[in-house]
Design a protein around this ligand. Structure first.
Ligand code: NDP
Ligand code: MN
Length: 405
């Protein structure tokens, strides 16, 4: 038996934000990130719509990118005092994910972060509040997914929380919110979405229900991302939909080791002054992981199907896989994303010598590999890596060398 779960309602298209006027409840807490949503006027709009719906509104502002366990616990405290029956989270993946975790703690105040990390082990939510998510980036699709990524900074590890209980009740995918994204964010979140779709398509948990969403999302992202990056707002709007389709797929089909590796490298070098931004990490690792997974015949066949759907040519699955890899690398180039960690600068742009020195990478390599293999996303990857293989794969991602094992 398989399960396919999505939000009850997905409002999409220009002006969809207005759907908030139709929510029924007494109190809503609105969770946002640093300042973008206030600055561009979306926060005021949301508060206005919720008040028009007759609700008392409180905000939780200042949720940081890659939110911490502490931020989650603090926000949950605010919710416990205010007692909202709606949690409305707006912004990038970070504030929405943090709000999902706050929701768990609000419903079950005794829950520890460790409890939350038990994959598909959450108790029933919605005893106190329902959840509405409004994305302002076009990538994570957390507005429709059963996931939230929270960072434990003491360990330097990102933990994916996973359970259909945290799939939002309502998603509002309004392209107006995506228009204010700076270029770099468009690039990173767009390649995050591409990685979701490709990993979902070859996942061991993929089904007839998830395949069409994944493969169509891949087609749209390849067609629209570059122009969106260059400022075409119609394409930006299409990308907002495409990332959501990818999310609808991967929340049910799950992901693979590109995400395992991104989760475990993301904050691993934070003491050197930067994160390897989630979408950029995925963009760099995806071509390498495809080469690794393609040693598995079933995965190779499915990469071949993707290449066919994109009309990339190729006489057999091996050639088709190679052409798919080439295409993804071309996209990275067009989006100004480095091809490997060695060339990943402090500002996330390509450079000769990146912010992670060779010795530092090698010193942490074994631990990262162990953690990546243990990541929940590894379970649905089509080829199971050993720790040794994972180390080799990570080295290829560092140096941009060929994956021939
Ligand atoms: P973030 O939410 O981390 O936001 C990154 C930056 O973009 C912030 O500085 C934010 O500013 C700014 N920003 C967001 N939207 C806009 C906008 N419309 N205009 C201008 N600036 C904007 O970005 P992502 O969406 O990439 O989320 C990444 C996080 O999501 C990671 O922690 C990743 O691990 C996680 N993730 C979760 C998944 C899931 O299924 N739950 C799947 C994949 C990734 P400000 O703070 O001021 O709003
Ligand atoms: Mn992702």
């Amino acid at each position: 038996m398989a399960r396919f779960t999505l939000p009850r309602d997905i409002y999409h298209g220009k002006g969809a934000l207005e759907a908030l006027k139709g929510l029924q409840g007494k109190k809503a807490v609105v969770c946002v990130g640093g300042s973008s949503m206030r600055k561009f006027g979306f926060l005021d709009k949301v508060i206005g719509y919720l008040e028009a719906a007759g609700m008392e509104v409180k905000t939780i502002e200042g949720i940081e990118p890659d939110p911490s366990v502490e931020t989650v616990m603090k926000g949950a405290q605010v919710m416990q005092e205010f007692e909202p029956d709606w949690i409305v989270a707006m912004g990038g993946g970070s504030p929405i994910d943090a709000a999902k975790a706050m929701w768990i703690k609000y419903e079950y105040p005794e829950t520890t972060f460790e409890d939350m990390c038990k994959v598909f082990g959450l108790p029933k939510l919605r005893k106190k509040a329902r959840f509405c998510a409004i994305p302002s980036t076009s990538g994570t699709a957390t507005e429709v997914t059963a996931f939230a990524v929270i960072t434990d900074y003491a360990k330097g590890i990102k933990y994916p929380l996973a359970d259909f209980e945290i799939t939002p009740d309502i998603a509002i995918v309004d392209p107006d919110l995506a228009e204010t994204m700076p270029k770099k964010l468009v690039a990173h979140t767009g390649m995050d979405a591409m990685t979701h779709a490709v990993e979902a398509y070859v996942s061991t948990a993929h089904t007839n229900y998830t395949d069409p969403l994944a493969i169509f999302a891949i087609k749209m992202i390849r067609r629209d991302l570059e122009a969106s990056y260059q400022g075409d707002m119609e394409k930006r709007s299409a990308m907002h939909d495409a990332q959501c389709l990818a999310g609808m797929s991967f929340t049910n089909a799950l992901l693979g080791i590109v995400h395992s590796m991104a989760h475990k490298t993301g904050a691993a070098f934070a003491d050197l002054g930067a994160h390897i931004i989630h979408g950029a990490a995925n963009a760099m690792y995806l071509p390498k992981v495809i080469a690794f997974n393609a040693k598995n015949a079933e995965a190779r066949k499915r990469y071949g199907e993707i290449a066919d759907y994109l009309n990339l040519g190729g006489a057999n699955d091996e050639e088709k896989t190679a052409l798919l890899i080439r295409e993804l690398r071309k996209m990275n180039e067009a989006l100004n994303i480095p091809q490997c960690i060695k060339n990943y600068g402090l500002d996330s742009l390509p450079c000769e010598q990146g912010f992670v020195p060779e010795e530092v990478f090698k010193a942490k390599l074994h631990d990262i590999a162990v953690n990546a293999v243990a990541d929940a996303c590894t379970l649905s990857n089509p080829r199971k890596p050993t720790v040794e293989e994972m180390e080799k794969l990570l080295l290829c991602c560092y140096y941009d060398t060929e994956v021939d094992f």
